[in-house]
Design a binder for this molecule. Structure first.
Ligand code: ZN
Length: 242
């Protein structure tokens, strides 16, 4: 008899296979990342059609075949319906999907990553703030998932010599593992000068203090710095060399 598995899943990528089939990349509560084949889902009469779509959280049921998992049932739990209607939100959701795609390859259950995704998508769905503040939803996700994957940066002391930081003269180094002081700058020629606002945002993100992060003012130059060090971290740690 075929065993049917049931779990909650975030759909972060969809790929059309041919005229009627689709493949979904999902992050599930019970099994971590998986690829699921959805047969005949593009046909109008498909009962699966309404239950799974990109950036939905769905309850899915599947069977494990020799070469692939096939979707047998799906019910959407949360559709996060404002995301596809808003280009900026859609871009952020895509960026989250790309991080999952590049950083998580094998199946491994991770409830904390699952919860982080749930928190990120709900926040994105409900957020009506302006662009700069919305981007913080992505940075919150990014630095917290990097931490869960073992790349948590040091932000309270110099990551190299452990001395206290002078907030007026600080740098960020992925190679050294976080914020470093001027004396330690020679350990990494790719280190980037940052400022105390960026260090503060990173500290709040790693403390998961969303209340404060969503409220504080961050100037455009600090916002740009945050964007730069986040992009650099993705490239530095990406196992797929993305
Ligand atoms: Zn140092």
């Amino acid at each position: 008899m075929t065993t049917r598995y049931k779990t909650k899943a975030f759909i972060f990528k969809k790929k059309e296979i041919n005229e009627s089939n689709r493949n979904f990349s999902v992050f599930t509560e019970e099994f971590g990342r998986m690829e699921i084949f959805a047969k005949a889902i593009r046909k109008n009469a498909s009962k699966l059609r309404n239950g799974v779509d990109i950036f939905n959280l769905s309850e899915i049921e599947f069977i494990q075949g020799r070469n692939r998992k096939t979707l047998t049932d799906a019910v959407a739990i949360e559709k996060f319906s404002t995301i596809p209607q808003d280009l900026e939100k859609f871009k952020i959701a895509n960026a989250v999907g790309e991080v999952l795609e590049d950083f998580i390859k094998g199946e491994e259950k991770d409830r904390e990553i699952f919860n982080l995704l749930r928190e990120t998508f709900s926040r994105l769905n409900n957020q009506n703030a302006e662009k700069g503040r919305r981007a913080r939803i992505y940075y919150y996700f990014l630095w917290n998932i990097l931490s869960l994957l073992g790349y948590k940066p040091e932000v309270d002391k110099c990551a190299t010599c452990r001395s206290n930081l002078n907030p007026l003269d600080i740098y960020f180094s992925n190679k050294s593992g976080g914020v470093i002081c001027k004396k330690c700058l020679n350990h990494d020629n790719a280190a980037r000068k940052i400022n105390s606002d960026v260090a503060k945002v990173l500290r709040l993100i790693l403390k998961k203090d969303w209340q404060t992060i969503s409220r504080i003012k961050v100037g455009p130059s600090s916002q740009k710095l945050l964007e730069d060090i986040s992009d650099t971290a993705v490239h530095f740690f990406c196992p797929a060399h993305c």
